[in-house]
Design a protein around this ligand. Structure first.
Ligand code: COI
Length: 355
């Protein structure tokens, strides 16, 4: 298989750190598994491919990515089935999106045998780190950054591609309170909103902090021109159940083509729930909330999975969403995806890949 054709030089850790991790209390993004994959691109190819103990890198202070943000990443997850086998969820979708982000940021593509093949090697080595508790998974962070020691503004000639992994629990531990943002923007048409590049997240911190100071967990971003259309929510795509229909902003140059988003759409269609992917106005969401037709609203993302909103604030008014029940769409779809990812239910979509 193409994914297995590169030989990775493997240096195993002499001392696993796994016993230091409290698996009953996993905080998102704070514990890192024993090994990481490190590939280096120079002279037009990914020439050095290694799996080494997780640890610090030694980098020049003049490294281009730290100055101009030529850096992209992905978020993916692995789970264990009841036989203890490790299952990746839709890894080829993340690999393809990674390469689209690379193109937009003027970076080289990462071949399948490095991204998928290398990830499988890494997970074979660190399979003990894949947690199995309720809401837990192994979060996978592939990323690439410009490595030239040069501070002129130009695409780098050298790059690092790295994958490390973290056992994680829930990203949000309770329903999320969001505020519709009508002053700042996340992305503009023709910009880099659809690319998973570091700057998109750096630029979101200040408006998110202002919302947090006012008691909200996250923002709902709106379009850059008029603040009229809903775009995304924080680190997630955003979806609404209105009048029994699943309504979500269509992806565009300012909206990320989320893997969880498209999985939820596929499941909804399989359940014969009408789905509308189109421009969604803030006004229709707020009107539906006022009239009791907004049955649910939630964020969808790899880290956040399906994160229901408890409140949506707009123009100083908090709209409370209905309490969720086991029949609510976000609850059902989250459970369905979880069962599929962990092999509890048949993978009718062919989304899982055994490591
Ligand atoms: C993911 O869902 O994997 C993301 O990229 C969100 C992350 C920034 C926490």
């Amino acid at each position: 298989m193409a994914t297995d054709t590169i030989q990775f030089e493997i240096q195993k850790t002499t001392q696993s750190r796994i016993a230091e991790v409290d698996f009953s209390n996993l905080v998102f993004g704070r514990s890192f598994s024993d090994h990481m994959l490190v590939s280096f691109y120079e002279d037009g190819q990914w020439g050095s491919n290694k799996i080494v103990p997780y640890g610090n890198l030694s980098l020049s202070p003049a490294i281009a990515s730290l100055h101009y943000g030529q850096t992209i990443f992905e978020g993916m997850k692995a789970y264990k089935n009841s036989d203890g086998e490790v299952l990746l969820f839709r890894p080829f979708d993340n690999w393809k999106r990674f390469n689209l982000s690379a193109k937009r940021m003027c970076m080289p593509e990462v071949p399948e045998e490095v991204f998928i093949g290398g990830l499988r090697e890494l997970l074979r080595l660190d399979s003990a780190w894949v947690p199995t508790g309720e809401g837990q998974s192994l979060y996978i962070r592939p990323y690439m950054f410009a490595a030239d020691e040069y501070i002129g503004v130009k695409p780098s000639d050298t790059y690092y591609f790295i994958i490390f992994t973290c056992p994680v629990g829930n990203y949000y531990s309770k329903p999320v309170k969001v505020r519709v943002e009508t002053e700042y923007i996340r992305a503009a048409e023709g910009g880099v909103g659809a690319a998973k590049c570091g700057g998109n997240y750096g630029g979101s911190l200040y408006p998110a902090k202002l919302a947090q100071l006012d008691g909200y967990d996250q923002l709902i971003w709106t379009d850059a021109k008029e603040h009229r259309f809903v775009e995304e929510s924080g680190t997630m795509n955003v979806m609404f159940m209105i009048d029994g229909k699943l309504v979500t902003p269509a992806v565009s140059s300012s909206i990320l083509d989320g893997v969880t988003r498209k999985s939820i759409i596929a499941v909804a269609e399989y359940w014969k729930i009408p789905v509308e992917q189109r421009k969604v106005t803030v006004d229709e969401v707020i009107t539906a909330a006022k009239q009791g037709r907004l049955e649910a609203a939630f964020g969808a993302g790899t880290a956040a999975v399906v994160s229901p909103f408890s409140h949506i604030a707009h123009e100083g008014v908090d709209y409370e969403l209905p309490e969720l029940t086991p029949e609510s769409f976000p609850v059902r779809v989250k459970e369905f995806l979880n069962d599929l990812r962990t092999g509890k239910t048949e993978d009718i979509f062919g989304w899982t890949l055994k490591v």
